[in-house]
Design a binder for this molecule. Sequence first.
Ligand code: HEM
Length: 520
Amino acid sequence: MFGLTFALIVVYLLALYVYAKFKYRFANKIPSTEPMVPFFGNGLEFAQKNCYKIFVNLKRVFENNKHHRLFKLCFGPIVVLCPTHPDLIQKVMTDTGSMEKPYVYEFLRVDLGLLSAKYDTWKVHRKLLNPTFNTRILNSFIPIFNDCADKMIESIHEHAAPGKVLNILEFTSPCTLAMICRTSLGGKVLEREGTQKFVEGLEIILSNVGLRMFNANLHPDIVYRFTRFYRREMESRKFCYAFTDKIILEKQQELAEAKTKGKQDTNNNASDSGNDNFEEEEDDLLSYKKPQIFIDQLLTIPLPDGKPFSHKEISDHIYTMIAAGNETSATQAAHTLMYLAMHPEVQEKAVKEIKELLPTPESKITSEVMKNMVYMERIIKESQRLAPVAAVYGRKTIADLQLDQFTIPKGNIFILNIFALHRRKEYWGEDAELFNPDRFLPENSKNRHPFAYLPFSGGNRGCIGNRYAMMSMKTIVSAILRNFKISTDLEYEKIEFKFKVSMHLSGPHRTFVEPRNLYG
Ligand code: HEM
């Protein structure tokens, strides 16, 4: 019996191997990379490796193959395509034939959210949701950003002591989570019963998704379902969904009541946005009276058939925003602070700009100040070049795609390694490894290939929250610099990275903070 089962498995695997060889024959002439082991291909370089090793190996294979515009990685008989030249990356990111995401995005379990939605759903929803990130709406979030940053500063003061090392990510993380929850679910979301468990649940869900993405053994659902990670993830999901379902239902009721009373404000055409009673900024005639909370908008935007978004669609969009916007912004802000701690002269220049734009201790960031933080923007951009939190992402073809002389059939996967692209000397010069925010001065950027810099991805499926993220990071980094002088004992040349969901430092963001008397 055992012999027969074994023989059947062997025949099945062989048939699969032959089928895959046939399916990927289009890639025979695409350059491959060493070490290529018979039967396993490049798979052994990545199988059973930890998040740090996978990052290092992926970095190495892209560096070794940068002279090829396109190369392939083989996982057994399965081929994954790796464009390295910005022309080809541009084509992959902008062609409708490669607008879909590989299966690993399904691990997020928000299949109707923008990040992982199938192309046909994505196309309709993205068009409807683009206006929810317009300038007026983003400006309406600035008071929330300021308030969250103030709370972060209070917390740093509570924990700081001379000579004590802080992991600055532990302060930026709760701050971005508060920002994203308050702008997507309303002002009081983190004051509700069960908040602590909700926040912990989100962390468990995201870290399990990351763990699964970078561990091929856990990819098959049938395997993952039997692990303790699955059980923990499902328990957390159950609690988190119950928490947010309640908010969605309450909002739906509020909206229905407002409609029957006919009291809807045309400016703020949704329900009360959670008592974020911020006054309209006098200097900005183009601002809303209240923050335009994402859920309120989701409840009022009609789909092309006139129906509202379903409960599942609303929930998936909310969780997508939290998943895509929280950890990314927190980690990128922490990376930026790390680079500033290592470059005191850049830090002092940034502080000078902050003092000019916020001349008194009472000055608050407004839309005008946000716009004028040009040096800060260059610093964040440079940190995104050297340490892009979204270091690697994927695409899948839904139609044939022509890349140079190769026709890539439908159903194939691309890996885009942005970390490697951002350090290519051909596009960034001989000093590509150095931290220099001035490379983003307009005069230094004008001849650069538009697809050589992609921290927020590119094309129509690029990050919808890129301006939101830049505003929140400017608020966080400037608040910290305004209050503290920061330094670190980490050395620039020795920084190492690893994958979690996004790209992290291999260790903590070790930071010393010393109170700064900016207005003394
Ligand atoms: C530093 C912060 C951020 C970085 C580096 C970043 C980066 C990215 C990247 C690279 C993608 C494309 C991913 C892919 O194709 O697999 C993406 C997509 C997305 N991001 Fe961001 N993001 C950031 C912050 C945010 C924020 C704050 C939000 C929301 C408030 C957000 C919402 C989204 C959404 C919804 C998508 C999917 C877009 C689509 O497919 O239409 N992101 N982001």
